[in-house]
Design a protein around this ligand. Structure first.
Ligand code: GLU
Length: 285
């Protein structure tokens, strides 16, 4: 094998905050397919940082449902609590040391500040044009002049007007502008828990991920994550965003849509082949 090519390392990164549904199945099947086609490695990462919503029974169900669907991964928990692979632990709640180190590095570089705005203050901020519904409003920069001392969330200070361009493997050329499409974003919540953006960038780098495959609802997050990679001097992985399955009303599937959870379909007697066909053959947007 030529030594100048980096071997493909992909990942699937479910959050144990509910049961996996057909939408997850679709994204993860695509991720697995891309890793297999490249003769690469697939990592499973349990994104369980959300203390309020993540539950061990969902983490267990997640592994079981993915196995039932026929998905296999090379690194990460194979069974609850069972870690396999050199880059673990693969549960984010067990990786705080890494996240703290990365946050300290950003703070030293002058990228962060404490934000003491209340939820109510933030609720009045304006949403970016064309943002996906669940994307947060552009932060109005109220606390931008602060340092890192004291209490509050830590925010990443974006450079207003900085362009983020990338070629997406699934969706083609993408272009975002910092300060317009998204604002200063949280890297550590006020309760000390690292944010999704931070943990994801730290882990994708530490786990040597070469391509990130995920849903297109995270495109804007990708732009934020690229800014973190730039600030930290990390290489940028390739990105492949997948279209999302929608229901009969054209709405994307949510964790609340229990009717299409893999468990529900399975207990309703659907076979693996049927569920795979539903995931890969459904209407997407
Ligand atoms: N844990 C995230 C989710 O379930 C996925 C994040 C990612 O793939 O980067 O939405």
């Amino acid at each position: 094998m030529p030594t100048d090519t980096i071997a493909y390392r992909g990942r699937i990164a479910p959050s144990p905050t509910g049961y996996l549904h057909l939408g997850h199945a679709r994204t993860f099947l695509i991720a697995a397919e891309r890793a297999a086609a490249a003769g690469g490695v697939l990592v499973l990462r349990d994104e369980d940082l959300d203390r309020d919503r993540a539950r061990p029974e969902y983490a267990r169900a997640m592994l079981e449902d993915l196995h039932w669907l026929g998905l296999r991964w090379d690194e990460g928990p194979q069974a609850p609590g069972e870690e396999a692979g050199a880059y673990g632990p693969y549960r984010q709640s067990a990786r705080f040391t890494l996240y703290r180190k990365v946050i300290a590095e950003l703070a030293e570089g002058g990228w962060l500040y404490r934000c003491v705005c209340s939820r109510k203050d933030l609720a009045t901020a304006v949403r970016a044009p064309h943002a996906e519904d669940e994307d947060e409003p552009v932060y109005p920069k109220t606390c931008r002049g602060r340092g890192c001392e004291g209490d509050g969330a830590l925010r990443f200070r974006v450079r207003d007007g900085e362009a983020v361009l990338f070629e997406d493997g699934g969706l083609g050329p993408q272009s975002f502008v910092a300060g317009v499409d998204f604002g200063d974003f949280v890297v550590e919540r006020r309760d000390g828990v690292p944010s999704y953006q931070l943990a994801c960038v730290a882990d994708d780098f530490a786990m040597g991920i070469t391509e990130v495959v995920r849903g297109r609802d995270l495109l804007r997050s990708t732009a934020r994550q690229i800014l973190l990679q730039r600030a930290l001097g990390y290489p940028q992985p390739a990105y492949f965003h997948c279209l999302l399955l929608v229901d009969a009303h054209g709405q994307r599937l949510a964790k609340r849509s229990d009717a299409v959870s893999l468990r529900a379909l399975r207990s309703a007697g659907k076979t693996v082949a049927e569920v795979r066909a539903m995931a890969m053959g459904g209407v997407v947007r």
